[in-house]
Design a protein around this ligand. Structure first.
Ligand SMILES: *Cc1c(COP(=O)(O)O)cnc(C)c1O
Length: 362
């Protein structure tokens, strides 16, 4: 790796493409002749407006977002969306949540502050190591939305097939899989993603919302900033946005377009994940933590025979240049997050390291 960078397997904030970081570095003192960096620039300037317009246009192209969906850039990262979704979308007062791990649990706990929450399906019985079968899931017609976390970052599961929920709008937290594969946006009412997992710097979420879900009759307690309508009406410029994050994300959108779009990215991601899963499947020392059909292509949790050995591998890996492999504190073990920007060479090198480590344990 150039510049003494390490293979960083962090679940987030996580790696960004090196080409993008080089472009940002080249523009950091003087953005394209403006005489200033994007960090120093008025969000009302024409030069920033162009950055914002291009970021939105490129994202629309990349995800093939239909005209009747708005793209919003909202501050506060992922956690603010846990509150914004129920505040803005609950009309009847009932929402249905799929409980598949730590992030969907946080989301549903937050939603309970604003209305009634039904857990329509859960994988809590097996420590969230699978995705429940939702082909015949019952969703009350009066429900305002069905919510799921499409990739559970901590547990390493992904909804490879969306649940059958009829006409009730589907809300998806795509934070840790955003832009990792093609997505049929028309199947959702709202998609959101905190950008620090798979796109750019922390502190912002991208929200893609169907226009009919943007309400102007919100309860009075909803803060102005937390109304989707505020952001939609003001082109994400109601107040000073996270200009830097918008700029960096825009670079990544363009980079993905220039590199074959989401289909090509999905292929690269599948190939990378296969290298790691194939190794885990044949290993007698390391074991994957998730059932095969529901495995994430982005976050790969695995364990050794004991907690002590988990910690020893994490330490040895760090010394060998593989950073942030410790599993989340709520789950333990190890976790390799292999987002879009992790090169295949990084995964191959990690697998070589793990294979050699295993040999020393024999
Ligand atoms: C990281 C993460 C969040 C929370 O994001 P913050 O920006 O830290 O608030 C929410 N959902 C998922 C799936 C995540 O991976």
């Amino acid at each position: 790796m150039k510049y003494g960078r390490t293979y960083n397997f962090s679940a987030g904030p996580a790696m960004m493409p090196e080409d993008v970081l080089e472009e940002i570095a080249a523009e950091v003192l003087n953005y394209r002749g403006s005489g200033m960096s994007v960090m120093e620039m008025s969000h009302r300037s024409q030069v920033f407006q162009t950055i914002l317009d291009e970021a939105k246009a490129d994202l629309r192209k990349l995800m093939n977002i239909p005209e009747n969906y708005k793209i919003l850039f909202v501050q506060g990262g992922g956690t603010v969306q846990f509150a914004m979704v129920p505040m803005n979308l609950m009309r009847s007062g009932l929402a249905c949540y799929m409980e598949t791990g730590a992030w969907s649990k946080k989301a549903l706990a937050e939603a309970r502050k604003y209305g009634e929450v039904t857990v329509s399906a859960s994988s809590a019985d097996k420590n969230f190591s699978y995705i429940p079968d939702c082909t015949h899931v019952e969703i009350p017609e009066k429900a305002d939305y069905v919510y799921l976390c499409e990739n559970e970052t901590i547990h390493g599961t992904t909804w490879h097939t969306l649940p059958e929920i009829g006409s009730v709008p589907l809300v998806s937290d795509q934070s840790s899989m955003f832009l990792s594969r093609p997505c049929d946006v028309s199947r959702y009412g709202l998609i959101w993603g905190g950008v620090q997992k798979n796109v750019g710097p922390a502190g912002m979420a991208v929200v893609i919302i169907r226009e009919d879900l943007i309400r102007d009759d919100l309860p009075a307690f909803v803060p102005t900033y937390l109304s989707y309508k505020t952001h939609a009406d003001n082109d994400s410029l109601y107040n000073t946005p996270n200009c830097w994050a918008i700029y960096c994300c825009g670079k990544v959108f363009r980079y993905l377009l220039d590199n074959g779009g989401l289909e090509a990215q999905a292929k690269r991601n599948e190939e990378k994940a296969a290298v790691l899963y194939d190794f885990l499947d044949q290993s007698s020392f390391f074991t994957g933590a998730v059932v095969k059909e529901d495995r994430s292509v982005m976050n790969v949790p695995f364990v050794t025979p004991s907690k002590e050995q988990d910690a020893a591998v994490v330490a040895a890996a760090k010394a060998a240049g593989f950073d942030n492999l410790k599993g989340h504190k709520s789950v333990g073990g190890l976790r390799a997050s292999i987002y879009n920007a992790m090169p295949k060479a990084g995964v191959t090198a990690l697998v070589d390291f793990l294979r050699n480590y295993e040999k020393t344990q024999a």
